[in-house]
Ligand binder design. Structure first.
Ligand code: PMP
Length: 284
């Protein structure tokens, strides 16, 4: 049976339970990370842990472990589950409080590390590309709930995901409050136009994806010009290529958006090159 890290102890999956008074459950008051295990190694562990602690800082949540202790806890949980390929869900919730939302009334943030299998898109989607839509639900306005916080409150994204489900597509673009492209429900978005790789800048109101940053680095190695900028739906419709990035999705081509074919309606050359470089990068 899989072992789950709960506040310093490894427990069986069936014993891994939290209180119904935990504010992570009552209010979505907490943060998380999704991390991949490739070849028994934790991918970009330090980047994920750094983002976790930044999310914690923003919501004024003191994690009762140092960064080094947290890295060790993640690695030990992976070893305890003997996972060579898989997915880690690291959660820090505010902890048990009363029914009011005041975090001062809570005690003991809960640290939970789950190691499990990963469900990815079918291989055919990587070869042929996926179709997406633009959701009518906009991404959270940064001054309300900054998308840079990877919080336990994913209702904003879930509302957009419901629209994707209704349209029968796997992902949806979420615009920001200015009508600019932000990101998808669980992935960042990239376009290629005239050989230049473009992706929404952080200030457009996105989660700064670890995969996004890795792909930007890999593109630079390939001497591909990269622009982090403002993009609109016009840029999506008229792009030569489009792809999404995320811990689960890795690099996945998009060939249609809102009924319009993107470029030739096939995965583009730069997309294929970056997917290939990404696959090589994770296997070393
Ligand atoms: N945006 C959102 C809203 C996400 O949930 C995710 C997945 N964590 C991403 C982007 C991609 O980020 P990463 O590459 O770090 O998984």
């Amino acid at each position: 049976m899989s072992k789950i890290f709960m506040n310093g102890k490894l427990v069986d999956k069936t014993d891994a339970v939290i209180s119904v008074y935990d504010h992570g459950f009552l209010y979505g008051d907490g943060i998380f990370e999704g991390i991949r295990i490739y070849n028994a190694k934790v991918f970009k562990l330090h980047e994920h842990i750094a983002r976790l602690y930044e999310s914690a800082k923003h919501i004024d949540l003191a994690i009762p472990l140092s960064i080094a202790e947290m890295c060790k806890a993640v690695e030990e949980t992976v070893i305890a589950n003997s996972k060579k390929e898989g997915y880690i869900r690291l959660i820090v919730s505010r902890g048990v409080g009363n029914l009011g939302l005041d975090p001062r009334k809570t005690t003991n943030p809960q640290i939970i590390i789950i190691v499990d299998d990963i469900s990815i898109y079918p291989e055919e989607m990587y070869e042929k590309g996926m179709e997406i839509i633009t959701a009518t639900t906009i991404r959270n306005i940064p001054n309300a709930l900054n998308p840079r916080i990877k919080s336990l409150n994913y209702l904003n994204n879930i509302l957009a995901k419901l629209e994707a489900n209704r349209a029968g597509v796997p992902e949806a673009i979420m615009l920001n409050h200015l009508g600019e492209v932000a990101e998808c429900t669980a992935d960042n978005i990239f376009l290629v136009k005239d050989g230049v790789l473009k992706t929404p800048a952080i200030h457009c109101g996105i989660l700064e994806g670890i995969t996004r940053n890795t792909v930007i680095d890999l593109a630079k190695v390939e001497k591909i010009a990269v622009e982090e900028c403002v993009l609109t739906r016009h840029d999506v419709f008229t792009a030569d290529e489009c792809f999404l990035t995320g811990t689960a999705a890795e690099v996945i081509p998009v060939v249609k958006c809102d009924g319009r074919s993107i470029g030739l309606g096939l995965p583009g050359e730069i997309t294929k090159l970056l997917r290939d470089r990404f696959r090589k990068f994770i296997s070393v």
